[in-house]
Every structure is written in C-alpha cells, then in structure tokens.
Design a protein around this ligand. Sequence first.
Ligand code: AMP
Ligand code: MG
Length: 304
Amino acid sequence: MEVNGPNIRKYLERFIAKPHKKIRLKKFDTGWVKHEAFKAKSEEEAKQFLKDLLAKDRGDLAAAQDILAASRKYGILIVLQGMDTSGKDGTIRHVMSGVNPQGCQVYSFKVPDAEDHAHDFLWRYEKVLPERGMIGIFNRSYYEDVLVVQVHPERMEDLPAAIGPDVNGFWEGRYKDINAFEKHLVRNGTVVLKFFLNISKEEQKRRLIDRLSHKEKYWKFSYSDVTERQYWDQYMAAYEEMLESTSTAYAPWFIVPADHKWMARTFVAEAITSAITGLNLSYPEFSEEQIRYFSEAKKQLEEE
Ligand code: AMP
Ligand code: MG
C-alpha cells in the first residue's frame, strides 16, 4: 500500500530526547500539526494522511512481527508513559490491532501490591519481560517508580528509612538502576522502545470532561485524575528529570506530540515498525537436507 505525503520517519529523530541534554517539555510541541512537514496540508488533510499511514504501518508491523517470531533472535519491549488520558490504551489498541495476539503481550501496571513492595522496585517488571520473538508492551512501567512516587514520596513509606527516598542520591540511584537494567536487556537481545505521550494540560481537561460527558466512558474516569491534575507542574518536572536521566543511545525516549490521537498513534507505529524492520531479520534458513526431508514428508502426506 502506497501512502503519499511527508516522510514521517525522517522526523522521528526530532522526537528523540537527546542523551545528556537538558529537557524543557515546554519546548516540545504537543500539537505539531503546524509543522513544516504538513505545511501544505490543512489539519484535515494531515489527519487523513496520518490515518492512512497508520493503516499501512499496521500491515507492515504484522509482517515484521511474523519474522520477529520466526527468527526468535530479539524481543521487543515497548514502554508507554504519559499523564492520565494521554492515550496509552488507545495507542496500544490502534497500533497493535494487526499483530498476532500470540506474539504480543500487554501489561498494565497499577499501584504495587504488598508482594511487589517486598521486592526491589524492578522485580515486578522483570517477571514479565518479553522473550525472544515476542513484543511486550508495558502500559506504565518501572518509570512510575521515579515519577508518581517522586511526586508523592509518602507512597513509598513501605521502604526502610535507610534505603528510602530521604536518602541522598536516592532518585539518582534509581535512574542508574534503570539505565543499567536497560543496558543489560539491550545487550541480551531486547530492543527497548520508550514513548512518552506528551499532552498539554488543556487537552487533558478536554479529555476528562469528555469522559464525564458520555455514560459509556464513565468507567474510564477515576476521581484521582482530577486530584492528580493539581500536581501537573510537579509531574512535568519529574518527567523532565527522568527523560534527561534515562534517554540513552541504546534505549532513547521518544517524546511524542499527543494532543492529536491520530498523530501520536502514527508516530508510535512508525517508530516501532522502523525499529523492527531495521533489525533486518529473516525467516530461518533450512539446509538442503532439511528441505529434502520436507519434500519427502509432503510426498508421504499426498500419497496417504
Ligand atoms: P491507570 O493506568 O489509569 O489504570 O492507573 C494506574 C495507577 O497506578 C496510576 O494512578 C499510577 O500512578 C499507579 N501506579 C502505577 N505504577 C505505580 C508504581 N510503581 N508506584 C505507584 N503507583 C503506581
Ligand atoms: Mg486512569
């Protein structure tokens, strides 16, 4: 399928948080539709183009995932972070809908339970990492352990004081742990793709009001969404520090403009598809002897 329009992959680079660079989220456009890539297009045209591209990517991703599963050389870990209503669930639904469900696992992480708290903070995530050949999606992740709890350190009171957030260098230590963890994963054949769905505070307000305006969306609403919103600036500060500290050459963060769902979904789909196809994987090769055996088996079946 051909989709005519700007080469979005060319622009993906711009959304990567450069390692060791200061991040000012205010400088990252959450809308982006006025960008030069779409200059010649109206918003409606840009939307249609990106929706077509997403449809194409879905097909490409399904094909790439099949080869990923057949070759069993790499696992793919996709980390999705973002404020409430930033579109994490919808992105998963729209981007992965073409993929074989057997090749993909999604984990949504909620408030840790007592067993989680009884272990190191990475434990519950390590347990469910994707094996080679699989795509694992973390809807929220170990990054919550430097985000929500940095904004609300009182939620970590289970930790002994001697190793808890009051200790100097505690957060720095967690960033280092995360970087080392991801380095370990990458070195062992897991591709780590991290997306921060970047919405504006105004857009969040619109989406929350929308949830409260449709009965069939009530279930998505949680009262804490409104209370957490009051900590918006603290969350943005925590996100900036986290992005600065954990965007690395081997596992970079994509800061995805997410005020338009059709834009965020396509950017994520493009980044995942190009990362998997970039591995240049192929279906397993078979020796002449194996191939002879296959034709023998086929003949036997046909003559049955
Ligand atoms: P949702 O994703 O809307 O279903 O909400 C999940 C909730 O779990 C959010 O309020 C998160 O802040 C919270 N949560 C997820 N991971 C953690 C964590 N590691 N520590 C504390 N709270 C978390
Ligand atoms: Mg929620």
